[in-house]
Write a protein that binds this ligand. Structure first.
Ligand SMILES: [Zn+2]
Length: 97
C-alpha cells in the first residue's frame, strides 16, 4: 500500500519547511507519532510535527483510531489529547511515574 516511506529527518524538514502542504501517508504518520510521543514524554512536543500529524488524522480514520488506541494503552497517559484541543498542555504533572 505504502511503499514509499520517507525517512524521519526528511519528514521533519518538510514539517519545518512547508507544513501547509505536507501530505504524508499512514506509515509516515506513525513514524511522526512515535517521534512526537518521545518529545511529549519529555514535555516538549513539536508543534510543527503535531500540525502535520493532525492534518493527516483529520482525513485518515485509520490513523486516528491508531492514535486513540495508542493513547488508551498509556503511551501518552500524561497527555490527554494534544490533538483537537490546545489547552491540554497547560497543566503540569508532578513527576508521578
Ligand atoms: Zn493514515
Amino acid at each position: 500500500m505504502t511503499d514509499n516511506i520517507r525517512p524521519l529527518w526528511q519528514l521533519l524538514i518538510l514539517a519545518k519547511d512547508d507544513k501547509q502542504s505536507v501530505s504524508i501517508n499512514c506509515d509516515e504518520c506513525l513514524l511522526l507519532i512515535e517521534y512526537d510521543a518521545d518529545l511529549l514524554a519529555a514535555g516538549d512536543a513539536d508543534d510543527d510535527v503535531m500540525s502535520i500529524i493532525n492534518q493527516h488524522i483529520m482525513i485518515c480514520s485509520t490513523c486516528r483510531n491508531k492514535l486513540d488506541d495508542w493513547i488508551e494503552q498509556g503511551s501518552w497517559k500524561k497527555t490527554p489529547y494534544p490533538y483537537f484541543n490546545n489547552q491540554t498542555r497547560s497543566e503540569k504533572e508532578n513527576g508521578n511515574e
